[in-house]
Design a protein around this ligand. Structure first.
Ligand code: IMP
Length: 182
């Protein structure tokens, strides 16, 4: 795995600092509330696990599974719900937990859906933001780190379902994904 990484963009130490900082901010901002932390599978898993332990509030954790990549390195723009929520969310404060915002197709689609279902508020926390990739205007509420428009893997982020278990976020060597399509 490690030999397929060109360079590290977010180190393990930085990830710890990000979770600490964002967890503290969410604890302040949601004081007196019982928010629902909604993770978008599967990329959110390591980040969800680390950030919720830094949030000192009574929270619920739920998951949805959506897909927009279908195995490549560019979003297809077609967001599919593969697994829906198992609790009603009307009148609840929702915090969506994401690994990365790129085109913003996924987050805008899910936000619209949750508002349509009657959520009281919908905000999002993302580990990474790639603002240069936007196809729709969107500014995440809580951002761990802004990164350039490069394809990254690790700490939940995959290429063809692999590399999610890397403990850091790195740029994949281009030959790894060009080789596959030769
Ligand atoms: P968006 O809909 O284009 O904003 O993309 C959101 C989803 O695309 C994320 O939750 C990731 O699953 C995936 N994604 C976007 N950029 C990357 C990347 O650089 N590496 C791996 N997955 C990515």
């Amino acid at each position: 795995m490690h030999q397929d990484i060109e360079r590290i963009l977010v180190t393990e130490d930085e990830i710890v600092e990000i979770c600490d900082r964002l967890g503290k901010q969410l604890t302040i901002d949601y004081q007196g509330k019982k928010p629902v932390f909604l993770g978008l599978l599967k990329g959110c898993v390591p980040f969800m696990s680390d950030i919720v332990r830094k949030v000192e509030l009574p929270i619920e954790i739920v998951f949805m599974s959506v897909s927009s990549y279908h195995g490549g390195i560019a979003s297809s723009g077609d967001v599919k719900i593969k697994m829906d929520l198992d609790i009603p969310i009307s009148d609840r404060d929702i915090v969506i937990v994401e690994d990365i915002v790129d085109t913003a197709n996924t987050i805008v689609t899910i936000m619209d859906l949750l508002k349509h279902r009657g959520a009281k508020s919908v905000k999002m926390v993302t580990l990474l933001d790639k603002p240069e990739g936007r196809l729709r205007p969107y500014q995440p509420d809580y951002v761990g780190k802004v990164i350039p428009k490069e394809f990254v893997v690790g700490y939940g982020l995959d290429y063809d379902e692999f590399y999610r278990n890397l403990p850091y976020v790195g740029v994949l060597k281009p030959e790894v994904y060009t080789k596959k399509h030769e």
